[in-house]
Design a protein around this ligand. Structure first.
Ligand SMILES: Nc1ncnc2c1ncn2[C@@H]1O[C@H](COP(=O)(O)OP(=O)(O)O)[C@@H](O)[C@H]1O
Ligand SMILES: [Mg+2]
Length: 397
């Protein structure tokens, strides 16, 4: 506990200025965070897209998503392509184009420097003070996020000048420090390089340097290593872990790769078809997956030394009705939510959107998306909220 308190106080100190002897006055210093409270709490988020000029039904990209991210924590959001991971993250920073996108409902409370605020109703001018400053985002393909006609230095410096009250010369210093911190060798001359002169891994380092130059409290990392080859991927993830430790930063790590989850997550949020189907700490999730979709994800990973006729697919698991009757409470009618099944006969949907679904704490600190059947028709369990961090767990550290 004492170490946690000590490190929490260190949060107020930006790493860059701590490392440099001269502390520039205009540099941004975020307020220290209460480690016992979530930094971000998303409740009942729903976002839809217009499907062809307002004629057809809207595409409900996410529907009732809930999750929490605590200070210093890595929350992995995992699920197949199209399940709503990016839409969830991008909605927080108002990066969804509207139209065709539309924020339907929900809240996203974030501990801003001005105190806790729901980001979703923010005006563009207000979210701009959060975006890139208190919350930064990195994407899968750095080439699409870097502008090919400007130097690396110009782009990092611009990001710094946008949020910190410093001179261009000071911003250049911060840019060098930031490139140093992401282990880009010999950064000063590299400020003058163009994105195409960097390898994929180096470009991703530049993106991270840019994202972290303003010491964000939360980094949204959307498949940050998917476009990179395996060794570079491992280096970038190692770098993110090191930066997280140095800066006491929170990370929402979006991935479809369970290997990445295993090595990096404290807590895991499994999504399917725009909803959360499972939520638990990483050890609980790997040791005791409960939703058939999560089990399918695990079953589909080939294991060294295991001979199989063919790989088990997710379909093999979810097509087997038996797998839907193994949840705690199954004998009383608790059934995992799954959009491609006939809903259970005793479905008792609540009025309103996503009323057929409910994220139930099936055992302490472990949630599964279930149908709102007779058994749970009036339940309101604790929303998913886990402060778990491996770094603080004496049994795992
Ligand atoms: N700009 C858009 N226009 C229409 N539909 C979109 C748009 N962006 C995302 N969607 C839809 O939202 C759903 C979730 O997408 P996304 O969050 O990008 O998935 P992923 O989990 O792969 O990141 C998908 O079904 C996709 O078709
Ligand atoms: Mg995505």
């Amino acid at each position: 506990m004492t170490t946690a308190t000590a490190t929490a106080t260190a949060t107020a100190q930006p790493t860059a200025s701590a490392a440099s002897p001269k502390v520039a006055t205009g540099r941004k210093v975020h307020r220290a965070l209460d480690e016992t409270k979530p930094l971000l709490r998303v409740s009942d988020l729903a976002v839809s897209f217009d499907n062809g000029g307002g004629s057809g039904p809207r595409i409900q990209a996410v529907d009732g998503v809930r999750m929490c991210v605590y200070p210093r924590q890595t929350l992995a959001v995992v699920g197949e392509s199209g399940c709503g991971k990016s839409v969830t993250a991008m909605s927080l920073l108002h990066l969804i184009p509207r139209p065709p996108g539309r924020w339907d409902r929900g809240e996203a409370w974030f501990h801003t420097d001005d105190g806790p605020r729901d980001l979703l109703p923010f005006a563009e001018s207000d979210i701009r003070r959060i975006r890139g400053n208190e919350i930064a985002m990195i994407f899968q393909e750095p080439m699409t996020s870097l502008n090919p006609v400007y130097t690396i230095g110009d782009q990092i410096i611009e990001a710094i000048l946008l949020h910190q009250n410093v001179s261009p010369a000071e911003a250049a210093e911060i840019a060098v420090e930031s490139m140093n911190s992401v282990r880009i060798p010999d950064p000063r001359p590299r400020l003058k390089a163009y994105p195409h002169q960097f390898s994929g891994g180096m470009r991703q380092r530049v993106m991270i340097a840019m994202a972290l130059a303003c010491q964000p409290k939360l980094l949204l990392a959307d498949e940050p290593t998917t476009a990179l080859d395996v060794t570079v991927q491992a280096q970038i993830l190692e770098l993110l872990r090191a930066l997280q430790r140095e800066r006491q930063m929170s990370i929402m790590l979006i991935t479809h790769d369970l290997g990445v989850v295993a090595e990096n997550a404290d807590v895991v949020c499994v999504m399917y078809a725009g909803r959360v189907v499972e939520y638990a700490n990483v050890f609980e999730l790997f040791e005791n997956p409960m939703h058939p979709y999560t089990r399918g994800l695990f079953a589909s990973i080939p294991r060294v030394g295991e001979k199989r006729e063919r790989l088990v697919t997710i379909a093999d698991v979810i097509d087997n009705e038996k797998n839907f009757r193994t949840l705690p409470g199954a004998e009383k009618g608790v059934r995992p939510w799954w959009p491609w099944h006939e809903p259970p006969k005793d479905l008792k949907p609540k009025r309103g959107p996503a009323g057929d679904y409910y994220l139930q704490e099936v055992k302490p600190d472990h949630w599964v998306g279930v149908w709102r059947t007779e058994e749970v028709k009036d339940h309101e369990s604790r929303p998913p909220d886990l402060s778990y961090r491996i770094a603080d767990d004496p049994s795992r550290a």
